[in-house]
Ligand binder design. Structure first.
Ligand code: NAD
Length: 443
């Protein structure tokens, strides 16, 4: 029997992650055959550079795959099976603001955590809902797999405002960390084991890691993390910047706080906020690292390919980010029943946590979507932290929906990274000014 061939739309075609994703779709096309790849972006020039290079890569390596790109929603979203979304609303210039404004007030400045994450959330909600609407209008049977951050806030918004849509919100951080864990104990990658995990996005814990014979590997990984955190194993993956290495080292301190489980290293921003602020270079943040690093490298490489009219020697390779979303597309298309960590409505899976919270949990994925695995009760420490964080995220979505300054201020106050209502207001008022083109008008 002929295998189904999918038509893929990458929304945010100008993303720095797009070339790796295209490399993955080419590499994996026997398992997940593709008939068409299209890009969609609202920045024509930025997308064109990535698209012209990808057209050359595809012509050389997979000429049977049709390729096109557009800034027109109808053209882009028509005849699509899977939308892979990776928007950055406001691009790196706004990420820089998300990081630098909080730092001025001695508060964590980060892409998805703390006030920066909430500000980014208010920028992302509208454009992601817009993608859902385009997909439903032009390709109503398609699935939208969303990487656009901040995934927690975006997921709460899609749960609330598009409850029946075929959208799955995802994050590559659990799989990136699982690949690092695999390397720590000398395994090839995460596919050598099966994990149990619970939490919110960028806010969770692994409770078990078992090999395919059922042997528990968590104690061995835990012994390593207790001593070293994650060190050199980090840089073999996609997170190479200096600040990432610091984040991965924090696993050691996080292990002292919770030795039973393995913590998502993003918890550092909440549980070690003072140290994070003290050690941060507040003038040169991760946004600057990426502008001068990944973004520059990706666009220079695309330009080199375009100038040479060949990609035979390209440095673009697939990565964890690309492999996870491709696995998900494959599971939905071919009913593989793969176990994957997704951001989903709790609905009792964590029995002592809000039913209507968007949590990050293992799921079984098949052609009708996902089934969430039941976790049961979680301990008081994690539950308390998660309740505070989910309240902050929900208040941010309330603020967007109701155009409410008060709700957004409360979202900031509720966030564990912010010490007081006064500091919350100062940060919010500065953020309000620079976010005016993107946020709804708050009153
Ligand atoms: P990027 O700035 O390189 O690319 C984002 C693209 O989105 C840009 O080309 C931009 O023009 C486009 N865009 C912005 N607003 C748009 C809109 N309204 N409509 C159409 N296109 C729009 O960013 P990047 O670093 O490649 O990251 C892309 C996204 O993926 C970010 O949200 C990032 O946080 C997210 N990401 C998520 C994960 C995860 O695991 N959840 C991991 C990595 C990256």
């Amino acid at each position: 029997m002929n295998k189904k061939k999918s038509s893929i739309l990458i929304a945010g075609g100008g993303s720095t992650y797009t070339p790796s994703l295209v490399m993955m779709l080419i590499e994996d096309r026997e398992r997940f055959p593709v008939r068409k790849i299209k890009f969609y972006d609202n920045d024509e020039q930025r997308q064109a550079v990535i698209a012209k290079a990808c057209a050359i890569i595809l012509a050389e390596r997979a000429p049977e795959i049709e390729f096109d790109y557009s800034t027109d929603p109808k053209e882009a979203f028509t005849d699509v099976d899977i939308v892979m979304a990776q928007l950055r609303v406001g691009k790196y210039a706004m990420r820089e603001q998300d990081e630098k404004i909080p730092f001025k007030h001695n508060v964590v400045g980060q892409e998805t955590c703390g006030p920066g994450g909430l500000a980014y959330g208010l920028r992302s909600i509208g454009p992601v809902l817009e993608l859902v609407d385009y997909m439903e209008k032009y390709s109503p049977d398609a699935w939208l797999l969303n990487y656009s951050n901040p995934a927690a806030v975006v997921a709460e918004a899609t749960r609330r405002f598009r409850p029946n849509s075929k959208i799955i919100n995802i994050c590559d951080m659990p799989v990136c960390l699982e690949d690092i864990m695999a390397r720590v104990i000398g395994l090839r990658d995460r596919k050598d084991f099966e994990t149990s995990y619970f939490g919110l996005n960028h806010f969770g814990w692994w409770t078990s890691i078992k090999d395919h014979d059922g042997n528990d590997l968590l104690p061995k990984i835990s012994t390593h993390v207790k001593k070293y955190g994650y060190t050199e194993q980090t840089q073999q993956g996609q997170h190479k910047e200096t600040s990432w290495l610091e984040t991965m080292l924090a696993a050691k301190e996080l292990h002292e706080i919770e030795p039973t489980f393995l913590s998502n290293t993003y918890l550092k921003y909440y549980l070690m906020a003072d140290e994070t602020v003290a050690h941060a270079d507040k003038q040169y943040t991760r946004a600057n690292e990426i502008i001068d690093g990944r973004e520059k490298i990706v666009f220079e490489e695309c330009q080199r390919i375009i100038n040479n009219q060949t990609a035979k020697d390209t440095l673009f390779v697939s990565n964890e980010h690309a492999s996870f979303i491709t696995d998900l597309a494959c599971a939905l298309t071919f009913n593989t029943k793969e176990r994957m960590i997704l951001i989903v409505e709790n609905n009792g899976a964590i029995s002592n946590f809000n039913h209507d919270a968007m949590v990050e949990l293992p799921c079984i994925v098949g052609k009708d979507g996902y089934e969430v695995l039941s976790i049961g009760e979680i301990p008081t420490f994690q539950k308390g932290l998660m309740e505070q964080q989910i309240a902050s995220e929900k208040l941010a979505v309330d603020a967007w929906g109701q155009k409410s300054y008060q709700k957004l201020w409360q979202a900031f106050i509720m966030n564990k990274t912010i010490p007081s209502a006064k500091v919350a207001k100062e940060i919010l008022d500065e953020m309000l000014e620079v976010n005016a083109p993107y946020w709804p008008e708050l009153h």
